[in-house]
Design a protein around this ligand. Structure first.
Ligand SMILES: Nc1ncnc2c1ncn2[C@@H]1O[C@H](COP(=O)(O)OP(=O)(O)OP(=O)(O)O)[C@@H](O)[C@H]1O
Length: 327
């Protein structure tokens, strides 16, 4: 394990920001700290970085007890949402900064900066000032600067949070590719579940100062530990007293399955390639998402009678995992 957090608690006055948090972060992985605003993600990242001290508990980095080490001694690199670049220095000098203060030989610095600028696709902008870069390019420069000193851990606090949706998406893909090249243990904070699901190898879901679940994107999405994780990771709807994903439901012509619920189609909305069908089942409005072909095959319109059920393969998988869980 690269980072071992054990029993960490943190209060700000009476407010409990972190409550007995223990997390193991594997070496070389890309781990997301995911959760709603105010849940404690940034506080945990800052405690790993040494920018904040825990009231209780320990932090180990690469086998060394870092609990009482200063940020400089932890060998971590960080990037924040609003990256403070040196405005009067060129992009190359900004990237070189950490190496210069460590008094590395000039030739070595030049070589390393060239290599890093290539890695973040900014070679042609080496001589520009930060103000002459776009927001996305500036964050890539920030990453190059953080990587320059070869940290054992890279910590990113909502690194793309201030950028527009399209650039965020590009940078996400880029971060994944960059990580595949350099393999430095990376922990990033996000409140965006799509970002975490797309980019991370492992996700730590944090809410109200506690860890709700740790797992791979698939594990969390398919086997959420509780309703909070289920709701936070993707769309949900209720059928009877069950919480399910809208795409795990099926619609059938009336009278198809004696075990299925009967309802009336209330509303049909097309969202890209998906069709969202709202069905009134008794007092409930159940949301079902279908793909275009499924939808066309049913010939539905507002007012159609339908039956709703959990797709048999999903229901089957659930009962199998309950049996496994019981053994
Ligand atoms: N220095 C501080 N003094 C007082 N309260 C603080 C301080 N830092 C954080 N908090 C509080 O601790 C809680 C957790 O904050 P934190 O920034 O860790 O949450 P977060 O999950 O990262 O949320 P966000 O996504 O909004 O940044 C918040 O309620 C915040 O107001």
């Amino acid at each position: 394990m690269s980072i071992e957090i054990t029993g960490v608690s943190k209060r700000f006055g009476d407010f409990v920001a972190l409550d007995d948090v223990s997390v193991s972060i594997p070496s070389g992985g890309l781990t997301a700290l995911l959760g709603p605003s105010g849940g404690g993600k940034s506080t945990l990242l800052r405690i790993i970085a040494g920018l904040e001290t825990a009231d209780t508990g320990r932090v180990q980095i690469e086998g060394v007890d870092a609990t009482n080490l200063s940020p400089q001694k932890r060998n971590v690199g960080f990037v924040f949402q609003h990256y403070a670049a040196f405005k009067h220095l060129s992009v190359a000098r900004n990237v070189a900064f950490g190496l210069e203060i460590r008094k590395k030989p000039k030739a070595e610095i030049r070589e390393r900066v060239d290599e890093l600028l290539k890695l973040v696709h900014l070679s042609q902008f080496a001589d520009r000032l930060p103000a002459q870069l776009s927001g996305g390019q500036r964050q890539r420069m920030a990453l190059a600067r953080a990587l320059a000193v070869q940290p054992s851990v890279l910590l990113l606090d909502e690194p793309f949070g201030a950028l527009d949706a399209k650039v965020r998406k590009e940078l996400r893909d880029w971060l994944r590719r960059l990580h595949d090249e350099v393999h430095v243990t990376t922990v990033f904070v996000t409140h965006d579940q799509e970002e975490a699901l797309e980019v991370a190898d492992e996700i730590v879901v944090i809410n109200e100062g506690r860890v709700e679940q740790i797992g791979s994107p698939d594990e969390l999405y398919d086997r959420p530990a509780n309703d909070f994780v289920m709701r936070f990771l993707g769309p949900v709807t209720e059928l009877g007293d069950r919480l399910v994903r809208p795409h795990d439901l099926q619609l059938l012509p009336p009278g198809s399955d004696p075990g299925a619920a009967s309802g009336l189609v209330k509303r049909i909305t097309r969202i890209g390639f998906e069709i969202r069908v709202e069905v009134a089942v008794g007092e409930q409005t159940v949301t079902v998402t279908l793909n275009r072909n499924e939808f066309l095959a049913l010939g539905l319109h507002a007012g159609s009678e339908v039956q709703v059920r959990v797709a048999p393969e999903v229901a089957g998988a659930e009962s199998r995992s309950q049996v496994v869980g019981a053994v």
